[in-house]
Design a protein around this ligand. Structure first.
Ligand SMILES: Nc1ncnc2c1ncn2[C@@H]1O[C@H](COP(=O)(O)OP(=O)(O)OP(=O)(O)O)[C@@H](O)[C@H]1O
Length: 549
């Protein structure tokens, strides 16, 4: 467990059960974050990390000395001054080690005890999850101590990947997805607003387990409010929304087999008829009959406004309207990338809201039927399970949904369908096998309730103090001094806290592009566009810079 050779210091000064200082052996090299062990008064092995290292020279430590007196001292003492030099390290105690577990330490550390570097074996045991896990990197200071995340904890209690742009979020997600799909065989969906994953290739299986699904809008499933949002009818335009609701219900009633853009063209046709005939004839779902009313001339402009928005939507997004069902396109045991790239934020929110709602409802229905079937064996429950499995093959099993740029869909302070369903999945997903992973470079813009439900946090570099403060508030396991590490993290370096890891750790996440497997190396988008190269290209093409003013 401890070899004398590894002794690096001796405990001195005030030592409690949470922290202690030790005088560092001048021959030892010690760095910030290093894992060290010593004994507490009960003789138990106590693990800690070095949180501060300071140089002290007791000959020069008197508070009253100033520059000139110091200059004299240094000259007087000459070489002997270094004999009084001392390096003192401060340790934050993580807990007492017994077996592979870390228990809270409640006994102070003893002065005079020897301090040792924790052996890799202790750390490997400590960081080895109890259940199935995915390997995401190594301890920042111990590259032969792998860091693995417990999959059940990671998926069922959800996670967040947070960092400033360019710090390595997509890389971290790609490494996790590789583990979850290639090593564990899970089903993952990545909602991808910026097309970071459309070129995803996994090291072992290349693109054979990657299923790219174009983010399209299935209008026939939208209710009139969702359609109004999609067409950008202002939420305050209640009369316009009322007319749209009547027309939309009529169209859906009359064209049950129609879908896609054709349905919107039918809608437009009906609205134009209303204007031509100065008469509104609509299907009233409640009364189950048609109702006819006169169209007053001062309402004609209102209806024209709806037609204008339908035309504009079809012009800009007609190509993304479909009658295909996005959820049915998810394939089990694969990473399903929903490419939302071509759409703008408003359309993305409508699609993501519907998508998450449909996934969650199907999983709830399936798991309830499964539980009832296991309890009663009744055929009716098996039938429900078969129907769901038929329509959505992937939803007969747990599913993980990773939402990139999550602050778009669940912004702090804004209520929308996507945020509401993300909140429900964050709170209840665990019971129905729906895991949520949120990725964001603007944590403080993300709905606080959802962020605080993301139990495991993979935090790469965050420099904005508001974001740091926000993340700290949303993570009970995150200590202030771990948070302080975060501003100084390099690319691909992360603090990981939460139930998926036994002890908070500073981790170097594997570089996905260096993960080799039978299919070559890992690949994904996320490349920063080489601006200088592209400008050089422009120059070489002799683009004419002269502009006639
Ligand atoms: N763990 C890592 N080791 C080495 N290089 C890394 C690591 N993580 C990321 N990088 C590199 O840093 C660059 C940015 O990575 P990445 O795209 O993951 O950042 P990001 O935070 O997702 O940025 P964005 O917010 O723009 O998506 C990439 O070129 C990637 O190869």
């Amino acid at each position: 467990m401890i070899s004398e050779g590894d002794r690096i210091g001796i405990v001195k000064g005030e030592a409690s059960f949470t922290t202690y200082e030790f005088s560092v052996d001048p021959k030892a090299d010690i760095s910030f974050g290093e894992f060290v062990v010593t004994k507490n008064r009960a003789g138990e092995l106590v693990l800690g990390t070095v949180r501060n290292i300071k140089n002290v020279n007791w000959l020069l430590s008197s508070a009253k000395s100033n520059f000139n007196s110091l200059l004299l001292d240094v000259e007087d003492y000459g070489e002997s001054i270094h004999e009084n030099e001392e390096v003192v390290a401060t340790v934050r105690i993580l807990g007492k080690v017994n077996g592979g577990e870390l228990a809270p330490n409640r006994v102070p550390v003893k002065n005079g005890e020897s301090v040792y570097k924790a052996s890799d074996d202790i750390l490997k045991q400590l960081y080895e999850p109890n259940g199935a896990s995915i390997e995401v990197g190594t301890l920042l200071l111990r590259e032969n101590v792998p860091i693995k995340l417990d999959v059940n904890e990671l998926v069922s209690r959800h996670f967040a990947v947070l960092a400033v742009t360019g710090a390595g979020k997509s890389n971290a997600v790609a490494v996790m997805v590789k583990g979850l799909v290639e090593d564990i065989g899970g089903t993952v969906v990545v909602l991808d607003p910026h097309g970071d994953y459309v070129n995803l290739k996994l090291p072992e299986t290349g693109s054979s387990l990657v299923n790219i699904i174009e983010g399209k809008i299935k209008v026939d499933e939208l209710d009139s409010e969702e359609l109004a949002d999609l067409l950008e009818v202002r939420s305050t335009a209640s009369i316009q929304r009322e007319f749209l609701a009547r027309a939309w219900e009529t169209i859906q009633h009359e064209n049950k087999e129609l879908g896609g853009a054709v349905l919107l063209e039918e809608l437009e046709k009906t609205l134009r008829e209303w204007i031509t005939k100065r008469m509104i004839k609509y299907w009233d779902e409640k009364k189950q009959r048609y109702v006819t009313e006169e169209l007053k001339s001062d309402r004609i402009e209102t209806i024209r406004g709806i037609i204008f928005r339908i035309r504009r939507f079809l012009r800009n997004y007609g190509a993304f309207v479909t009658s295909e069902n996005l959820v049915a396109a998810i394939r089990p045991g694969m990473v399903n990338v929903i490419d939302l790239g071509p759409l703008d934020e408003l359309q993305m929110k409508v699609i993501v809201g519907k998508f998450l709602q449909e996934v969650f409802e199907a999983r709830v229905e399936y798991e309830k039927a499964r539980k009832n079937y296991m309890r009663t064996g009744e055929r009716e429950y098996e039938k429900i399970m078969d129907e769901i499995r038929q329509k959505y093959p992937a939803l007969a099993y747990p599913i993980l949904i990773i939402v990139e740029e999550a602050h778009i869909f669940a912004p702090q302070g804004e209520e929308n369908d996507a945020a509401r369903i993300m909140g429900r999945i964050a709170r209840e997903g665990r019971k129905f096998g729906v895991g949520l992973g949120v990725v964001s470079q603007r944590p403080s813009k993300l709905n606080e309730d959802i962020l605080s439900q993301m139990n495991t946090k993979i935090i790469l570099r965050i420099v904005n103090p508001r974001d740091q403060e926000y993340v700290l508030r949303a993570s009970e396991q995150l200590s202030k001094d771990l948070m302080d590490d975060i501003a100084g993290l390099g690319k691909g370096e992360a603090v990981i806290v939460g139930q998926a890891i036994k002890v908070p750790a500073l981790v170097r996440i594997y570089n996905f592009k260096e993960l080799k497997g039978k299919a070559g190396r890992g690949e994904y988008g996320g490349e920063d566009i080489g601006v200088v190269d592209r400008w050089a290209e422009m120059k070489s093409e002799g683009i004419d810079y002269t502009v006639d003013f």
